[in-house]
Design a protein around this ligand. Structure first.
Ligand code: PCA
Length: 326
């Protein structure tokens, strides 16, 4: 076989690079579940650029949006088992594994950005331990905008929701469906437009951000600003993959994570109203729930807070106490 001069030169260059101790770049695929244009995905891409710069190219993170590499529900397990070195996941979707993963989805416990930050701060030490026990390293987390209710008709009380097919994305959303007598069906955001288009779901709870991503106005008529909670996407790394990085590169990655958390939070805050305005501009009826619906949802909140406390035990109670004390 004839080997070209260019190939030989490339081999020689690579060999001399290795000889002088230059490390090969680590390619880290980061599976994500939301569209490329979603602010969480953009934040993850910016995080990747930060890591690349801060590690002088030794760690090269590639974000794979839309559940293309692993579906949303498979991302966490993929990272735990090392099939992916890092990933982003809506963590409350895993509250059935451990109630602590649902700390950000207790209805009306923390329903503003400030409250949500305070709650996360209180929860973070316990959560970091929990991630570590699952072979994961916590890198950063960013909240979605407050969650509201999308429907295809006016809803004046929970009685109007009875029997409605409801798309859930977490244990808490499924529980609300159950309490309201709706029929829950678990659907990833990547499959949501299709579910709405085909009538698999006629209602859902989510942010203006996801409503915007799926063009909710093509299927739904109402968005109630319930402000139920602000669930988080968490970016976590596989512990073994992380341990293989040098101490300096590990520190660089965590520092980029802190930066991503700050930038992602700022974007989430800034975009909240913009997305709600977009729903209204596309002729959806947008507004607060009426007093009856609000009171009924508040009562669900009380029930679910008690249920969560019973499941989350002493660790959960310590978090809520710390949150309420500060
Ligand atoms: N969007 C995601 C989770 C929370 C949100 O605002 C979704 O609907 O799947």
């Amino acid at each position: 076989m004839k080997v070209s001069k260019t190939v030989l030169a490339a081999i020689a260059a690579a060999a001399s690079g290795l000889g002088s101790g230059a490390a090969l770049a680590e390619n880290w695929d980061l599976p994500a579940a939301y569209p490329a244009t979603n602010f969480h995905t953009e934040t993850a891409v910016a995080f990747g650029a930060c890591v690349k710069g801060a590690t002088a190219g030794r760690v090269d993170v590639t974000v794979h949006p839309n559940g293309a590499l692993f579906k949303g529900n498979d991302i966490k397990r993929a990272v735990q088992t090392g099939q992916a070195p890092i990933g982003e996941r809506l963590i409350s979707a895993h509250a059935n594994e451990n109630a602590l993963f649902g700390v950000d989805s207790i209805p009306f416990l923390a329903s503003s950005f400030d409250a949500s930050e305070k709650l996360w701060k209180a929860a973070r030490p316990e959560l970091e331990k929990l991630f570590a026990s699952q072979n994961l390293v916590y890198v950063y987390a960013v909240p979605w905008p407050p969650q509201g209710l999308y429907t295809k008709k006016a809803v004046n009380s929970v009685a109007d929701l009875k029997g409605v097919k409801f798309r859930s994305y977490s244990v808490a959303t499924a529980r609300i469906a159950e309490l309201a007598g709706m029929i829950p069906v678990q659907i990833e955001a990547a499959d949501l437009s299709q579910a709405l288009a085909t009538g698999v779901a006629d209602s859902f709870i989510s942010s203006g951000s996801t409503g915007f991503d799926v063009k909710a106005w093509e299927y739904m008529t109402h968005f109630y600003e319930v402000d139920a909670w602000l669930p988080r996407n968490v970016v976590f790394a596989n512990k073994d993959a992380f341990a293989k990085l040098s101490a300096a590169d590990q520190a660089a990655m965590l520092k980029c994570g802190e930066q991503a958390a700050t930038e992602g939070l700022a974007k989430s805050r800034a975009l909240t109203q913009k997305y709600i305005d977009a729903l209204a501009a596309n002729k959806m009826t947008v507004g607060k729930p009426n007093a009856t619906l609000k009171a009924e949802l508040d009562a669900y909140g009380k029930t679910m807070t008690a249920e969560w406390a019973a499941k989350a035990g002493a660790g959960g109670k310590a978090i809520v106490d710390a949150y309420e004390a500060k």
